[in-house]
Design a protein around this ligand. Structure first.
Ligand SMILES: Cc1ncc(COP(=O)(O)O)c(C=O)c1O
Length: 396
């Protein structure tokens, strides 16, 4: 068995990394510790690196279309890890999941239509809706008992008030880290089916469920749910391949699939990224051991955030994620919102984080910490955050 060392420091500067090389072009100080965008500071599994090196040595990077082995690798992963059977003909390829969400909005709604989301939620959800001239209908999540819950009545009320046509579901939830249970998903699905609302389930974080939680692929709930959905998956988050911009959008219903494929064609996209195909296949074939070790490491990092902030900065309430490597922290006791919170995090704590209201007004006053980094780096970031909170406490 290969033992992976996730503590090994890896300098990502000088790689055109969005997280480490683009602070200044985004009007931030270059010396902030960076724990914002959701990629990881770990190398991808060795079998994927080996497959990419081998393909690089071949030296020809012509158009590529995934073959049987690719679909078998993804299918086997979904079957064994998620108890979800997918057929090779169900796949639609897009360059990444945000692109797929935008294409779904374009394919399945008209300008002016309402699209449902549950804020606070990953901000590109509302961006792809608004940027395409549709209306954001927010059925906000309810925060109680340290985690987000769904108010099903409010969900149905919002859906009917706006006459929504589409629901962008974040499953599991970013930023709150909830693993929606099969029961919760079924209830949402029943409401959507009753009102003829199509469900687009973004499952990019599907592989990070912590012990005691199990991811449910929306389409695995049964035929009537599978028939009215699009499930967005990719190896991007699971194996840290985000920059390869390769995704597997699974659409069991042939009519919906045709509609989505037509929209993809209209955008001018045809074959997926060669290196993305190579890496995705290698990861799904051989990356299981790496992922299991990674998840144990991430659990340790989550534990560190919880214990460290819990004992020294009671103003910050950690929402323990059930999945994802993103920790959502309720910082409202600091009394800082919007730009003031961002200024505090950057100027006082020296951190680059995604903060609050970019996830929708329901997220204002919260901060999100990406813990997929070396523990020593995370520790340093937490120390800076705690010191800033202590200084603010002393100032009164
Ligand atoms: C819920 C969710 N969906 C999609 C993405 C991005 O996907 P992609 O890079 O494939 O567009 C992210 C990245 O943070 C995410 O958290």
């Amino acid at each position: 068995m290969t033992v992976y060392d996730f503590d090994e420091p890896i300098d990502r500067h000088g790689t055109d990394s969005l997280k480490f090389d683009r602070a200044e072009s985004r009007h931030r100080s270059a010396d902030l510790l960076s724990l914002w965008v959701a990629d990881m500071d770990f190398r991808a599994p060795q079998p994927a690196i080996d497959a990419l090196v081998e393909r690089s040595r071949h030296g020809i990077f012509g158009y590529t279309e995934p073959g049987d082995a690719y679909y078998a690798a993804v299918g086997n992963w979904m079957e064994t890890r998620h108890n979800w059977h997918v057929e090779p003909e169900w796949f639609v390829h897009t360059p990444g999941i945000v692109g797929a969400l935008a294409l779904c909005v374009q394919a399945f709604t008209r300008p002016g239509d309402a699209v449902l989301v549950q804020q606070p939620v990953y901000y590109p959800f509302s961006e792809v809706i608004a940027d395409n001239g549709r209306t954001v209908a927010n059925a906000a999540l309810v925060y109680g008992n340290g985690r987000y819950e769904i108010d099903f009545e409010a969900f149905e009320r919002t859906l009917t008030e706006y006459g929504a046509k589409l629901f962008l579901l974040c499953n599991p939830h970013n930023p709150g880290g909830r693993v929606w249970t099969a029961e919760e998903l079924r209830r949402l699905g029943e409401i959507c089916n009753a009102h003829d609302v199509l469900v687009v389930s973004d499952e990019i974080h599907m592989d990070f469920a912590q012990p005691g939680f199990a991811h449910t692929a929306y389409a695995s709930l049964g035929r009537k749910f599978a028939d009215r959905c699009v499930v967005c998956t990719s190896a991007g988050k699971t194996f840290n391949l985000a920059g390869l911009q390769t995704s597997n959008i699974i659409v069991p219903n042939p009519q919906l699939r045709r509609t989505l494929r037509a929209q993809v064609s209209k955008s001018g996209y045809s074959q997926p990224n060669t290196m993305g195909v190579v890496a995705t296949q290698a990861c799904y074939e051989h990356g299981g051991e790496w992922l299991d070790q990674l998840k144990a490491y991430l659990a340790g990092n989550i534990e560190l955030v919880e214990s460290h902030l819990g004992t020294t900065a009671p103003e910050l309430k950690v929402m323990r994620p059930e999945s994802t490597y993103l920790v959502w922290v309720d910082a409202r006791e600091l009394g800082l919102y919007g730009k003031d919170l961002v200024r505090f995090i950057e100027d006082e704590a020296g951190l680059w984080l995604d903060c609050g209201d970019m996830f929708g007004k329901d997220g204002d006053g919260f901060i999100r910490i990406n813990v997929a980094t070396q523990r020593a780096y995370l520790q340093k970031a937490l120390d800076q955050l705690i010191a800033a909170v202590e200084r603010r406490r002393v100032r009164g």
